[in-house]
Design a protein around this ligand. Structure first.
Ligand SMILES: Cc1cc2nc3c(=O)[nH]c(=O)nc-3n(C[C@H](O)[C@H](O)[C@H](O)COP(=O)(O)O)c2cc1C
Length: 383
């Protein structure tokens, strides 16, 4: 299973096409919309979130609530497109006053115009904007639904916003996703949630922006997904690439990641024990569910670092690309902090990688075929 997206931030709509979708995956627009809403909310989001209420339209690949093995096309309208016709129309002449010539440090603006030779940063920023991640979340909902059919649940929660961090991360098996979603910053601890919101308030008052850290995890994953024999099979590499493809994500760890580097091996690796009836058990999961490029049957635990939002209300120095004179960087309507939303995008990315890995292992044609192969594989595991 894989996806492509199209669409600009203030264009008519965002589009996702998910291909290689097995037949028989339950899919309805309301379930996708729930994830779209989870991506839109979160303390620290900008004014646009009040305008947009994302709703998906399923154009193809689904009959009467189930996929039929053909590509699934999804469309999310940009509700305020008609306010942007003088800037984003497909034909006619652009409004010269709407040109953007002061690239924002940290965004795709400067490197983008240098890449494509544009004289208007808007040609770049409209697509580089993380508005595109709404289409990813819609595509990821297809993967999540397939995974749910195979007994896998994908969860996420925020562990740090700026200087405020959760001290002890919960075991993803015990995370109540609806309780997490009840927190405005999607953090499982109420006290820390409140401190994170205060941190965002202070940043907003200062014209600043904030980044942070989140965990995205998959629970109920069978061992042996991915592979050790070829570089392209390694699941940690595939997950790392998918999570780093999210705008503003600058670091990814699997399991204990960087912390492992300073500990001796006996405090890093997870013992292998056998218990009658339960089979092989791992008393710890420091590896984050992946050994040798494969799932090992423990929850897959991924931690990602998001940098602060590049658009600042107190902008950094930039240059005007027309005159090369110093100016303040451009200001677009912007989030102060989008770590809770990025975690929802990461659920979609992790789900897509895992759905594809399940298809590699258990077949690509239908949910029924995959379930049967999965059961046969499970029956062969040591008990
Ligand atoms: C969910 C989400 C929302 C974002 N919102 C904004 C925003 O409102 N303003 C902004 O400047 N950057 C925002 N970003 C970050 C930029 O999209 C990102 O920094 C930019 O595309 C440059 O890519 P890079 O940071 O990976 O280098 C957001 C990112 C995500 C994942």
């Amino acid at each position: 299973m894989r996806y492509v997206t199209a669409g600009e931030s203030h264009g008519r709509a965002l589009v996702a096409i998910v291909s290689d979708v097995p037949a028989g995956v339950p899919l309805d627009a309301a379930a996708i919309d729930r994830d779209l809403a989870r991506r839109q909310h979160g303390y620290g989001r900008g004014g646009r979130m009040a305008i947009e209420r994302d709703a998906v339209q399923i154009l193809s690949g689904v009959r009467f609530g189930r996929t039929i093995g053909s590509p699934v096309a999804l469309v999310i309208a940009n509700r305020d497109w008609d306010q942007w016709l003088d800037v984003m129309a497909v034909s006619g002449e652009p409004n010269p006053r709407a040109r953007v010539t002061a690239p924002r440090p940290g965004h795709a603006d400067l490197a983008g115009v240098l890449r494509i030779g544009a004289d208007d940063v808007r040609d770049v920023l409209e697509r580089a904007s993380a508005r595109e991640t709404a289409a990813r979340v819609a595509a990821g909902a297809v993967a999540k639904s397939l995974l749910a059919e195979l007994g896998v649940r994908v969860v996420s929660f925020v562990t740090r916003i700026g200087g405020v961090a959760l001290e002890t991360e919960p075991d993803p098996r015990e995370v109540d996703q609806s309780a997490v979603d009840g927190s405005p910053v999607r953090c499982p601890d109420e006290g820390v949630s409140a401190a994170m919101q205060a941190e965002i308030d202070a940043a907003r008052a200062d014209g600043e922006s904030l980044g942070g850290v989140f965990v995205v995890a998959a629970v109920g994953v069978v061992p042996g997904l991915g592979g050790y024999a070829e570089a392209g099979q390694r699941l940690d590499a595939r997950i790392g690439s998918a999570i780093l493809s999210i705008p503003a994500i600058k670091g990814v760890e699997i399991g204990d990641g960087f912390a492992s580097a300073s500990r001796p091996g006996s405090a890093v690796h997870d013992s292998i024990l056998y218990e009658e009836g339960r089979g092989i058990v791992r008393p710890t999961n420091r590896a984050g569910g992946i050994e040798g490029g494969m799932t090992n049957g423990e929850p897959v635990v991924v931690r990602a670092a998001m940098k602060p939002i590049p658009t600042l209300m107190r902008p950094l120095p930039s240059v005007d690309l027309d005159t090369m004179k110093p100016v303040d960087a451009a200001k677009e309507r912007s989030d102060v902090c989008a770590v809770p939303a990025a975690a929802v995008v990461a659920e979609a990315e992790l789900a897509m990688v895992l759905a594809d890995a399940y298809q590699d292992a258990f077949g690509r044609r239908s949910v029924a075929e995959m379930r049967e192969a999965l059961e046969r594989f499970r029956d062969g595991l040591p008990r």
